[in-house]
Design a protein around this ligand. Sequence first.
Ligand SMILES: [Zn+2]
Length: 130
Amino acid sequence: MIMQNISFKGTVGKDWDSVDPRLKAFFLGLADHTRQKYDKGIILTCLIRSVEYNLSIGGNPKSAHLPSEGRAGDIRSRTFTAEEAAEIVAWVKMVWGNFIHFIHHNSGNGEHFHANINHPFKRDGWRNGV
Ligand SMILES: [Zn+2]
């Protein structure tokens, strides 16, 4: 897959194939949008979070970042202006509705966008192509 508009922090790219394919499609569409509108790609800073690490940072015990879920990702937001960030949040809401939960927030480790497939759309068995 050619991903000229998506890059990864550190070793985060190793988790790309461990997330729900619908989340990958979301990121590809979002990155295409930000490239077209702002001439900027996106940087994914977190996809999967191990159970141990999630516990250590006080993460939600049912976090969508957990390996068993694989339906969340974080995006660096400081590459966008505050106005662009607000537009991006609005664009995601308009295009993806309630399928994707998308927020620009600071959870303690710096400002970023957090995206996850909402719980009602959770699909078990996707790793096996079901
Ligand atoms: Zn997150």
